[in-house]
Design a protein around this ligand. Structure first.
Ligand SMILES: Nc1ncnc2c1ncn2[C@@H]1O[C@H](COP(=O)(O)OP(=O)(O)OP(=O)(O)O)[C@@H](O)[C@H]1O
Ligand SMILES: [Mg+2]
Length: 248
């Protein structure tokens, strides 16, 4: 199986509220239709979810109405995307809220079977960053980035990728860093910045931290620009794109 996350920065206008990029979704659906292997798709929620999560401080407290509108917004984006994917191949929504219970921000229980059955039947499961019930905190945010590492550690995937809105992890000069290893990461603490959008899940640094967990288990992964036409196809074919995260 190939695990691919498409960033919320790619399929939404991230500095607005609830603005989906339909044209990008259509182009991505076409690129994904070239797939030769089973695919598990995860997407970020960008302007569907981050603004609400921030407004209600869902990272730090339980807030019932906030939880509900955030989940609803994230699901809305998921359905828009899945409807477009279905013009090209069978794809089905699986919402983390329905199948995950967290404890202190970490996934405690997950009902995996729906993913496995979908994959077995040639259907692409499409899940996303979401807010879920948390046994300690009431609610917590499970980012798309976190789902990538969780699934990758559970499924032994053939390839793992995160498509975002920049060419990869960039250094101080704005150039793409070709390779990051746990050792190299220690020297890279100063290259991360915040973009000033609503992002509540750590942006680029959060991604790298999740992917380093995979590197330590010998699973390499790629962070690349999914706004650049052709990059998703290249990734699916196994070509090198963007920054590779691997073990030393
Ligand atoms: N060193 C860095 N190199 C590249 N991008 C960086 C760096 N430091 C911070 N960033 C920011 O991280 C952003 C990408 O992360 P972000 O979480 O916004 O995207 P995403 O994961 O695609 O969206 P979402 O979280 O909605 O799924 C870039 O657009 C950039 O603003
Ligand atoms: Mg993000």
């Amino acid at each position: 199986v190939i695990i691919l996350k498409i960033g919320g920065s790619v399929i939404t206008e991230k500095n607005l509220v609830e603005r989906a990029k339909i044209g990008e979704m259509r182009r991505i659906a076409k690129e994904l239709s070239k797939k030769k292997e089973d695919l598990l798709l995860i997407h970020g929620v960008g302007s569907f979810g981050h603004p609400q999560a921030k407004k209600y401080s869902l990272n730090t407290r339980f807030h019932a109405p906030g939880l509900c509108v955030t989940h609803s917004s994230a699901s809305r984006l998921n359905h828009i995307f899945v409807d477009i994917l279905n013009n090209h191949f069978p794809a089905v929504s699986i919402h983390p809220f329905d199948i995950i219970i967290a404890e202190d921000g970490e996934i405690r229980k997950i009902f995996f079977e729906a993913f496995f059955e979908a994959l077995r039947k040639g259907i692409v499961p499409v899940t996303h960053g979401d807010v879920v019930f948390d046994l300690k905190k009431g609610n917590s945010i499970i980012s798309g980035d976190k789902l990538v590492s969780y699934f990758a550690l559970s499924l032994t995937p053939k390839r793992v990728g995160m498509g975002t809105n920049v060419d990869g992890v960039l250094d101080e000069k704005g150039e793409v860093i070709k390779e990051i290893t746990p050792e190299r990461f220690k020297e890279l603490q100063n290259i991360f910045f915040t973009s000033g959008t609503h992002d509540v899940t750590g942006e680029m640094k959060g991604k790298v931290i999740e992917l380093l967990k995979l590197a330590e288990k010998g699973i390499e992964s790629f962070i690349f620009n999914a706004l650049q036409e052709g990059n998703i196809e290249k990734f699916l074919r196994g070509e090198r794109v963007g920054t590779v995260i691997r073990s030393d």
